[in-house]
Design a protein around this ligand. Sequence first.
Ligand code: KIV
Ligand code: ZN
Length: 507
Amino acid sequence: MSDTRRIKIFDTTLRDGEQSPGCSMNLREKMEVAQALVELGVDVIEAGFPIASPGDFESVREIAGAVRGATICGLARCNNADIDRAWEALKLAQQPRIHVFLATSAIHREFKLKMTREEIVERAIAGVKRAVGYCDDVEFSPEDAARTERDFLCQVVEAAITAGATTVNIPDTVGYATPQDYGSVIALLKNRVPNIDKAVISTHCHNDLGLAVANSLAAVENGAGQIECTINGIGERAGNASLEEVVMAMRVRQDFYNCTTGIHTERLVPTSRLLSSITGLQVQRNKAIVGRNAFAHEAGIHQDGMLKERSTYEIMRPEDVGFQKTDLVLGKHSGRAALADRAKALGYQLTGEQLQAVFDDFKKLADKKKDIYDGDIIALIEQRIHGSDQAEWSLVSYEVATGSGHRPRAKLTLRRGGQEHTAEVSDGDGPIDAVFLATEKLTGIKLKCVDYQVRSATLGHDALGEVNLSVEHGGQTFRGRGISTDTVEATVHAILSAANRIAVTAK
Ligand code: KIV
Ligand code: ZN
């Protein structure tokens, strides 16, 4: 088809996504996600909001300096200090973009900014001009655009383009829009703004009504050329439009949208898993495209149809989005080459050192468990490559006793700097509480548990258990993750990984 349009994918996992509770990432983790986004084929990576904190500034600067193959973008409010700081962070990027935003809706003008319409237009022009002074690629966002009076929105967008904006993004900041309504805003801008052909129209939809993906697609139908989205749909409140869903909708329904993207769709599942393992935020089983059950057919009629002809019940193939065709079983006698092969097929590129460490873990697991499935291998790999940075405290041994009518007892021995320390507690309302108390006693670190989740990596009661938890300490949230065939041991590892993160931050 000759008039097929190429839609740009602007990923904001590291900015809007990272703003969501429990999703904050350290510098190493952000670099890893940025590299994975390049491999996925996104066009733009919004790496952060440089003025927001020294940590944000540093991560945008590092990503801009090291990551090649995508435009690197930094967010700034419409004021000189923000824009200057954004440029300072971005200037080493091969393809930098400054993204300036200013709220335009009546509610934001009156209550948040206390500015008139004229002042807003003036501020937007000044902000875009300052950014253009630094780089050619400038995006302007009228925040809360979806609730902005249409005439005024057209006026601001026109002024921003005249001032030099090359992309105009239309945020549905509070997730208020519906597809027809949002699509009509894009159509209006296309028809009414005289210089609209000088800029790419972008969508940025939040999911408060569960409509972020539908709204983004409606925008594309009406002429938008860029979609802002996040991996797994993470983001403020109910999240942003999910990258995997918008991309696959346009691919599967190319007949309707007549659009392409630069996304290598077979990297969707590995990228989704990477983000889950870094943030500890698992996607629900029935999540479209990347959920564990996204391709699971349960009903007999469906299974029968699938066996006769896949397309009866399948609109895309699992391998198109990065699920493996088979779940090969490895075991005690499988060698390093077989493990390396499986790891590669699952989308992991391990260094020799990482492979050796995962292989050692694999051998230990194979002594406890006969069949080792993909889910087990993924859990082992992720434990190794995304475990805590530096282990101040490591587990030597533990004992937990519990039962009806008894107080739980936990005895814990930890190693720190070559020395072993033991503590025993007979307290708490259960074995997990007792283990928390024993860790607090040994490390001297107060650990307020705010989230605790256990899931099995595969099927069967001998499966590896994976514990993800969050603790609060000194007003900050720290995550911990642990795996073992014994869920209490997995819990101890998860508590220690959170405690180690706290210990590193306190240094
Ligand atoms: O939701 C929003 O309005 C934003 C802007 C900063 C683009 O995230
Ligand atoms: Zn947003």
